[in-house]
Design a protein around this ligand. Structure first.
Ligand code: SF4
Length: 656
């Protein structure tokens, strides 16, 4: 096989791609040898070659609206950070990172913030994606371990998709499931989702449950498994707004299937009780023994290409490093490994509370890396207002103009996909290389280099003296293995001390989940979502992804072929609600919540439950002048995981 082998930078399936440069064009095809996709790609992955142009790129450091040299920009940002830390302490500084960062970049950011600046205020857009899943796994297993692989999906007898439109959001894994089902007519597929989505095309049973009631469905199943099942199906059916026969069928199938696997994503995680919902799912697998063996388990799918790598290095404000916690032994171990006396001792601010703290003036410097929170965080107008009053906003970006970078005092040009080198970890714990096949454009630099340069200006250069991402990977692997006598499953011991040539030639490698350290059933009491519908805001708004776009469209929005699928912001409305609110297919409608307003084109959709709307999350202000769906979403969070409830918002809709 000729070409550069790397990985797709979009979803958490983590497909391998092979890149060839032909007459200046970037040709991309699936990597037949990569165990995530065996050569397959979805439309986003197949269009990657069209996203590598330099139009709209940030190619030089900027101070305000003026170009600057790297020395000037780094010196200025370093001096301002030092002033703020000296005057207000390390907690006045925060980093907001991204599941788009490579593991080496994430490691560097986490080490600088927690290890040397000395506060744990580093959080990430992965908080919006799967932090409830992390909490669920940690409570059940004592460690953040995903005990499933893609092969388990193919080997199962019953595949349950809960709060997941995998056909659009994890397309290649969905293709693997569809083929496995074709090859095995005995396999059954159950989709649990208020909406009738493309994923239902292969479902034997669709359970269009009441939004937010998922925990009740799994609590009812647990009662039956534990022998307390009298009336459980009837109770769950009523709680979830489902037909009793359908619930009973699901329970029968789960109990009788020799192997069952549950895939879950944002529909479960993005909730004020997301952690409990995750544990309700894990509970039924633990209680039935359908876990830790082929074809079985609770399988949280990550949204982003390296959300898992971020979890591994500790790039969340409530994790320390290498799957260690803020506990005395772990704190001592990490401090000794990093050679620091400044290690943060307590968790930091999580995404939504972090931007609230900026708005209150408590956090006075924020460094945003590879993400666009002015669009992607809930209550996005409030986020913009917070950034507007923040004394120091630093943005490391690929794109010159984003909704977030207009608030930046300092902009650092970062390398993009195809230009940078490092590793990522996908949903099934498989570490793969991302490789460069294009030269660094303009003065853009790797994120790890920018972080190391800043560390030097803050006086910590010695601990950040890496010459290459390979050095960082080795340090990261060594930390996972440091004083790891089997107490922590996450242990990259086999990868420690890789020579540069070995790292360059690195083949995709899945770290073993091993035996689960503990197996705890966490009592779960189903709770209602926090959205308050009333006469003024009578509808529930759900948000999510579409097939051909990625995040806030800064990359996929530039590809005409991808834009053709669904070119404008739209709102899915049931015909019942269309009649009720005088809405017409194809006409514009104005959707309002107590937080904001957006305009979208009406699509009548029979698969939408009456009383509920669906709006995709992608459109940034370039495409939607009034703001995207996050202008409407409130910042309510799960108190355990800090994950916002992006799936339920009380709104009203009117013709525009
Ligand atoms: Fe990329 Fe995900 Fe599509 Fe694979 S399924 S090609 S990782 S977007």
């Amino acid at each position: 096989m000729t070409g550069i082998r790397t990985t797709c930078p979009y979803c958490g399936v983590g497909c391998g791609v092979v890149v060839n440069l032909q007459e200046g064009a970037v040709r991309v095809r699936g990597d037949e040898r990569h165990p995530a996709n065996y050569g397959r790609l979805c439309v986003k992955g197949a269009a990657l070659g069209e996203t590598t142009g330099l139009k709209g790129r940030l190619l030089r450091p900027m101070l305000g609206d003026s170009e600057a040299s790297w020395e000037q920009a780094l010196d200025h940002a370093g001096e301002r950070l030092r002033e703020i830390i000296a005057a207000h302490g390390p907690r006045a500084v925060a980093f907001y990172a991204s599941g788009q960062l490579l593991t080496e970049d994430y490691y560097a950011a986490n080490k600088l913030m927690k290890g040397f600046i000395g506060a744990a205020n580093i959080d990430t857009n992965s908080r919006l994606c799967m932090s409830s899943a992390v909490t669920g796994y940690k409570r059940a297993f004592g460690e953040d371990i995903v005990p499933c692989s893609y092969e388990d999906v193919e080997k199962s007898d019953l595949v349950v998709l809960a709060g997941s439109n995998a056909a659009w959001t994890h397309p290649v894994l969905f293709q693997r499931l569809a083929r496995a089902r074709e090859a095995n007519p005995a396999m059954r597929v159950v989709v649990i989702d208020p909406r009738h989505t493309a994923t239902c095309d292969i479902a034997d049973l669709h359970l269009p449950l009441r939004p937010g009631s998922d925990a009740g469905l799994f609590v009812g199943l647990l009662r039956i498994i534990q022998g307390q099942g009298a009336g459980a199906a009837a109770w769950a059916a009523e709680y979830c707004g489902l037909a009793q026969d359908d619930v009973a069928t699901f329970y029968d199938w789960f109990l009788s299937a020799p192997r069952a696997i549950t895939l879950y994503t944002m529909g479960i995680n993005q909730s004020t009780s997301g952690s409990d919902k995750c544990n309700a799912i894990i509970n039924v697998h633990l209680a039935s023994g359908k876990i830790n063996r082929p074809g079985c388990g609770p399988f949280s799918l990550t949204g982003q290409p390296n959300a898992m790598g971020g979890r591994e290095v500790g790039g969340l404000a409530n994790q320390l490093a290498a799957h260690m916690n803020f506990e005395p032994d772990d704190l001592s171990r990490v401090a000794r490994f990093w050679g620091t006396e400044r290690l943060a001792q307590t968790p930091g601010l999580m995404a939504v509370e972090l931007f609230d703290a900026i708005a209150r003036g408590e956090v006075k410097a924020i460094w945003i890396m590879g993400t666009n929170p002015a669009v992607s965080l809930p209550d996005s107008h409030k986020v913009s207002q917070a950034l507007a009053v923040c004394p120091l906003v630093i943005v490391s970006e690929v794109v010159r103009e984003t909704d977030t970078s207009r608030f930046a005092h300092v902009r650092f040009p970062a390398l993009a996909w195809g230009e940078k080198e490092g590793t990522v970890t996908n949903s099934e714990r498989r570490i793969s290389r991302q490789r460069a096949f294009l030269p660094a454009p303009g003065e853009a630099k790797p994120d790890w280099w920018i972080i190391a340069q800043m560390a030097a200006r803050l006086g910590y250069g010695e601990a950040f003296s890496w010459q290459h991402p390979h050095d960082i990977f080795n340090e990261h692997a060594a930390l996972t293995a440091f004083e790891n006598d089997g107490m922590r499953a996450f242990n990259l011991q086999p990868l420690t001390g890789l020579a540069r040539e070995q790292w360059e030639a690195f083949e995709p490698w899945q770290w073993p989940a091993g035996d689960l350290p503990v197996r705890r059933i966490i009592p779960v009491e189903p709770r209602e979502h926090g959205a308050q519908t009333n006469a003024l805001y009578p509808l529930l708004l759900n948000s999510g992804r579409i097939r051909d776009q990625w995040h806030t469209m800064t990359r996929t929005g530039a590809v005409p072929g991808l834009m053709r699928h669904l070119p404008q912001p739209y709102v899915d409305v049931s015909p019942v609600d269309a009649a009720r609110f005088y809405l017409t297919e194809g006409e514009l409608a104005r959707i309002s919540s107590p937080r904001g307003v957006m305009v979208a084109r009406v699509r009548l959709n029979e698969g939408q439950r009456p009383g509920e709307l669906f709006v995709p999350m992608h459109w940034n202000k370039q495409f939607a002048r009034e703001g995207g769906v996050n202008a409407l979403v409130e910042g309510r969070c799960d108190p355990l995981s800090g994950q916002p409830e992006s799936k339920q918002t009380a709104v009203r809709i009117l013709p525009w």
